[in-house]
Design a protein around this ligand. Structure first.
Ligand code: NAI
Ligand code: MG
Length: 479
């Protein structure tokens, strides 16, 4: 048991045990073994972290933007230097394949770099009011920002929201998912080493209801960024209403990948496999509905099944194509959806449960459900596993109607060589991002977020800076 990590909160540049004195277990989903005991945060811990962030705010806000940027650049560089170590912990704790974990750590470094570059370039305006006035705007930080993060991209999502928040002069309190607290705390180690001022970056670990809820309800935060389920997103919005805090919500999806009859079936199959199997389907923007023209369906499915059968499912550190699902709860949820689909009349043409060579554990095979109709639950609800629902269409307008016929609207993929059709679809789709001919195209630079119940506010790119600033207009009468 000596290898079990002991984790504390990180508050005011200090390692702090839970006020309650309690801990909770953190697992390696590849083995279901306990790998860490973490501080079980509750309201008093959250209070302490918010107080530290509040105390740190004025000096951080008033620092020269280039000095804030220098620290963020240093953090980006340090993350790159230690990518192997961070990737090991991320893979171990989240079950994601090692090479993918490494890419996500490098992506996190890229967020810190991108937003470090923005720190001294996000200007206000000068507004012409005629000769008697000078008018300009200031972009001021909000203050203390709260970040409630899920387990599917543990460090990467911290980079996505904390980097722009800090760059703009806010301070941060992070509540990582209870499943995956390790890399949030490793980032704290780096920040401490690099000389970040006390209270700028704080981490409180714990369960959603015990640590996340008191953070979201806290009277002295100024904004909250949440990524996770729609159910909890609603609670966050209600909590924010109490004190009129600004909210950014990123709540998942049921995104379509739409394949037209002129597509190359091999290309369509490759893009679909990437869309649904990446991170074992535990991706908010997963392409979980294949909408395929009825004439191309057999060819695409043949290529997709062949490709899916070559994928290796296994422990994260062996760097497979698909790692395990995060938890037993998620495994049962995904398995339950496959059964629901069958009851609704869908046909399992591949997978459907654990791979035969893995009798135990949280591993789930690449799974394809054929004969899905748009109104079925497996075509409407987020499954969050490597389970693809296949639906056919006859023409463009039917494709668009099915694509938009869900409560979500996060992303959408379109595979066609017909430019006019691609652009008509892009205009018509209810989604915050549209990928044409390459699923997941884009990067840290491109704005990301949802239409409809997928949430609001945009993360990534320049756009995210608007979440973490407020505009003050100053009008001067010359006399
Ligand atoms: P969740 O929404 O319960 O958890 C996400 C984060 O919110 C975690 O840090 C959790 O501790 C926190 N949280 C939970 N309850 C809270 C509360 N009452 N107040 C404040 N914070 C709270 O998601 P969960 O249970 O892990 O997964 C359930 C489903 O949600 C998944 O199957 C998937 O469909 C969806 N999901 C979507 C994600 C996305 O990327 N958009 C990420 C994770 C889950
Ligand atoms: Mg939950």
């Amino acid at each position: 048991m000596s290898t079990v990590l002991q984790l504390s909160h990180f508050i005011d540049n200090a390692w702090v045990p839970a006020a309650s004195g309690e801990q909770f277990e953190v697992y390696d989903p590849s083995t279901e073994q306990v790998i860490a005991l973490a501080a079980r945060g509750t309201a008093p811990d959250v209070d302490k972290a918010v107080e530290a962030a509040r105390r740190a705010f004025p000096a951080w806000r008033d620092a020269k933007p280039r000095d804030r940027a220098a620290l963020l650049f240093a953090l980006a560089n340090a993350l790159r230097e230690r990518a192997a170590d961070f990737a090991h912990w991320e893979a171990l704790n989240s079950g994601k394949p090692l090479a993918r974990a490494r890419r996500e750590i490098l992506g996190t470094a890229r967020y810190f770099e991108f937003y470090a570059g923005a720190a001294d370039k996000f200007y206000g305006d000068s507004i012409p009011l005629g000769g008697d006035y000078v008018d300009f705007t200031l972009r001021e930080p909000l203050g203390v920002t709260a970040h409630i993060v899920p387990w599917n991209f543990p460090l990467n999502m911290i980079g996505r929201s904390v980097a722009p928040a800090l760059a703009m002069g806010n301070t941060a309190v992070v509540k990582p998912a209870e499943q995956t607290p390790i890399t949030a705390l490793k980032l704290a180690e780096l920040a401490l080493e690099l000389g970040f001022p006390a209270g700028v970056y704080n981490v409180v670990t714990g369960y959603g209801e015990e640590a996340g809820a008191p953070l979201s309800r806290h009277a002295d935060i100024d904004g909250i960024t949440f990524t996770g389920s729609v159910e909890v997103g609603r609670l966050i919005m209600k909590a924010a209403a109490e004190h009129i805090h600004s909210v950014v919500l990123e709540l998942g999806g049921k995104s379509p990948i739409i394949v037209f009859e002129d597509a190359d079936p091999a290309h369509a199959a490759a893009e679909t496999a990437k869309a649904i199997y990446s991170n074992s389907g535990q991706v908010c923007s997963a392409g979980s509905r294949l909408l395929v023209h009825e004439r191309l369906k057999d060819d695409v499915l043949e290529a997709l099944v062949a490709r899916s059968q070559t994928l290796r499912v296994g422990p994260a550190l062996e760097d497979p194509d698909l790692g395990p699902l995060i938890s037993r709860e998620q495994f049962e949820r995904v398995q339950g959806y496959v059964e629901t689909g069958q009851q609704e009349g869908a046909r399992v043409i591949l997978g459907g449960t654990r791979p035969p060579e893995r009798a135990r554990g949280l591993f789930f095979s690449p799974t394809i459900l054929d004969n899905v109709r748009p109104e079925m639950r497996v075509a409407q609800e987020e499954i969050f596993g490597p389970v693809l629902s296949v639906i056919t269409f006859q023409d463009e307008s039917e494709a668009l109607k099915i694509a938009n016929g869900v409560h979500y609207g996060l992303v959408a993929g379109v595979i066609t060589n017909d430019l006019g059709r691609a652009l008509r679809m892009a205009r018509g789709l209810h989604a915050g991002q549209v990928f044409i001919n390459e699923y997941f195209a884009g990067g840290e630079e491109t704005p990301f977020g949802g239409y409809k119940q997928s949430g609001f506010g945009r993360e990534k790119g320049w756009e995210a800076l608007y979440n973490y600033t407020q505009v003050k207009n100053i009008a001067i009468r010359i006399r």
